[in-house]
Design a protein around this ligand. Structure first.
Ligand SMILES: C[C@](O)(C(=O)O)[C@H](CC(=O)O)C(=O)O
Length: 305
């Protein structure tokens, strides 16, 4: 709820100004995961489209999440702490240049620091699945151009991150050519999705230097797993871990559910209690707001929880 003077986009641009710095953004998909990532001290966070689709719709990342689903989730996450840049998935932009414009406007209003746009067809899928269909280069270029125009028209400094999924279907050279066109169209950051080897990762950074490159670490995905240090050594400037929190939540929830089923009691071994959960999600800030306004609703809250 606290409004800090510097926007997430301005902060992200500032972080990227230092050529030795890499911005690490763990994936978050809901309020709890976002709160935990902020509390853990990460200086940026990533809103995963896959996690948004699964948590808000209950369905896999197959192009079902709409602009409204994505922008609403992005806005909620970015609103938790305006000083932490949120990089958000914007899939295909959800249509032609007109829809891309609406998407950019919605993301700027949501306070997003950087959004990525890709060249898959509307009925898209996770970039690490097989069988991706890719739009023509010209259509991709119009998406990026529309995004840059819309961003500029709003006087915003949100970063436009050009993602290409074409590596799987058309190979590395075509992917590079598409990203070059995207940079010419005004994209601020390039993102070669599903790079197939460390060598490709290294090459893409070299080819685009000094344009910042983003690396996507999908667990057991197409790109070989790398540590932050290793990716930094290759020269990447942004690194996202989209599945980090949804995988951990799924594993933890699965285990708790199994224990309840097997034992007939809820597992309390890892429980910190409700107060701890609410504390992660702004309890103290809410109490302070009430108190500052002369409210007395929470005088007993510490005793009652
Ligand atoms: C980055 C990504 O677009 C996402 O939705 O987070 C996905 C990640 C995933 O499916 O785990 C992707 O297409 O790589």
């Amino acid at each position: 709820m606290s409004i800090k003077p510097q926007s997430g986009a301005t902060r992200l641009r500032e972080l990227l100004k230092d050529p030795k710095k890499m911005v690490v953004a763990p994936g978050v998909f809901d309020g709890i995961s976002a709160r935990l990532a902020i509390a853990a001290g990460f200086e940026a966070i990533y809103m995963t489209g896959a996690g948004t689709s699964m948590s808000r719709l209950g369905w896999a990342d197959l192009g079902m999440a709409t602009l409204n689903d994505m922008a609403a989730n992005a806005g909620m996450i970015a609103g938790l702490d305006r000083s932490i840049p949120v990089i958000a998935d914007a899939d295909t932009g959800y249509g032609g240049p007109i829809m891309v414009t609406r998407t950019v406007e919605a993301y700027v209003r949501a306070g997003i620091a950087g959004m990525h746009l890709e060249d898959q067809v509307q009925q898209k899928r996770c970039g690490h699945l097989l069988g991706k269909e890719i739009v023509d280069r010209d259509i991709y270029a119009t998406r990026i151009r529309a995004a840059v125009n819309a961003r500029n028209a709003m006087g915003s400094d949100m970063l436009i991150i050009a993602r290409t999924d074409s590596r799987q279907t058309y190979g590395f050279d075509e992917a590079v050519a598409r990203l070059k066109e995207a940079v010419t169209a005004g994209a601020d950051v390039v993102f070669l999705e599903a790079a197939a080897s460390k060598e490709e990762c290294e090459n893409v950074v070299k080819i685009f230097h000094p344009v910042p490159c983003m690396l996507n670490m999908v667990p057991k995905g197409v790109t070989p797993d790398m540590s932050i240090k290793e990716a930094e050594g290759l020269g990447f400037r942004i690194m996202i871990f989209p599945a980090l929190t949804f995988e951990a939540s799924m594993a933890g929830s699965k285990e708790a559910l199994r224990k309840l089923k097997d034992n007939g009691t809820q597992p309390l071994d890892n429980s910190a209690g409700m107060k701890e959960a609410f504390s992660v999600c702004g309890l103290a800030e809410c109490i302070a707001i009430d108190k500052a306004a002369g409210g007395r609703s929470f005088e007993d809250v510490h005793g009652s929880l």
